[in-house]
Design a protein around this ligand. Structure first.
Ligand code: SF4
Length: 296
């Protein structure tokens, strides 16, 4: 019999860096987007045209880079590119991520991992822009960012993505073409279209792997012990929270956090939400997503 004090998730539900980050940033946002699954884009978000433009550009950039990574010549990809895409792609060609392992290269790959939390089996999903690896390591995860303002290494280190992606890669590698990779040989690298010469490299090790497992498990456990909207409160209404979270949140008017909804800082965040809400098949229309099927 189900426990009414605990959250019932559909069997197809996956925890991702995006919905876990939403919970960390604002439990109500997690509730509205992931549990109530309110449609995106919501009518209250405007101006939609600006949002759609950012979304389209971010997706196009990822698709361009993916095509280049699988061997299509840059010359065949660049004709008719408009700004800012032309600028971003030029930045990528002039300052690509350096010293990447070369034996294996997987662009736009998805890993799914099952985890038992408080006796409940849950699924974790990570979607990688690029993984470059040699047999047994090193393995470098490259994440393309098209944000207007590149975050600092410290900000990135605090993101769920920086913990979840290397953790899953270590867990998954034994079943992947390059074989088991020790945590010390994994690196997360953020590359910025607006600052291509200053990528952020985040190292990984056994201690971080252990802490990440504990932290991700604790986050999911915390979510599962809540059951209704009241258990997923809005973040406190402060100037800082409005600036950092509510101003670009699609639920802003619903939450009474302003009449003129803003625009997300990051088109990838929007793309990720679409991915979660509509599933991988919809995202394939934006960019192909080969799915690894590792033996967990
Ligand atoms: S508007 Fe603010 S309080 Fe409401 S869900 Fe979004 S981030 Fe949370």
């Amino acid at each position: 019999m189900s426990d009414p004090s605990r959250l019932e998730l559909p069997g197809t539900f996956t925890f991702t860096q995006s919905n876990l980050q939403a919970f960390v940033d604002c439990p109500r946002r997690f509730w509205l987007s992931s549990i109530q699954a309110l449609a995106w884009p919501a009518a209250e978000l405007s101006p939609l045209r600006e949002l759609e433009r950012r979304l389209r550009e971010g997706s196009q950039f990822h698709r361009l880079v993916q095509r280049h990574q699988i061997g299509i010549a840059a010359d065949a990809l660049t004709p008719l590119l408009e700004l800012p895409l032309a600028e971003w792609f030029d930045a990528y060609l002039r300052h690509p991520p350096m010293e990447l392992p070369g034996e294996f290269r997987e662009a736009e790959a998805t890993l799914i991992h099952s985890l038992t939390v408080d006796g409940v089996v849950v699924h974790l999903l990570a979607r990688y822009d690029l993984i470059c690896a040699d047999a047994g390591g090193p393995a470098v995860i490259v994440d393309w960012k098209t944000t207007a303002r590149p975050p600092s290494a410290e900000e990135l280190r605090g993101r769920v993505q920086s913990m979840l992606y290397p953790m899953l890669l270590v867990e998954a590698s034994a079943g992947l073409p390059w074989g088991a990779v020790p945590p010390e040989k994994v690196e997360m690298r953020y590359w910025f279209a607006t600052a291509p010469e200053a990528p952020v490299h985040l190292g990984w090790d056994a201690e971080k792997q252990k802490s990440a497992r504990v932290a991700i498990g604790a986050l999911i456990s915390d979510i599962l012990t809540r059951s209704s909207e009241v258990d997923f409160p809005k973040i406190p209404d402060t100037m800082q929270n409005r600036r950092r979270h509510c101003d670009f949140c699609i639920y802003r008017s619903r939450c009474g956090r302003g009449e003129s909804p803003g625009i997300p800082h990051d088109a990838e965040e929007v793309e990720q939400r679409i991915f979660e809400e509509y599933g991988a098949s919809e995202v394939e229309a934006i960019g192909a997503l080969p799915v690894f099927d590792p033996a967990w």
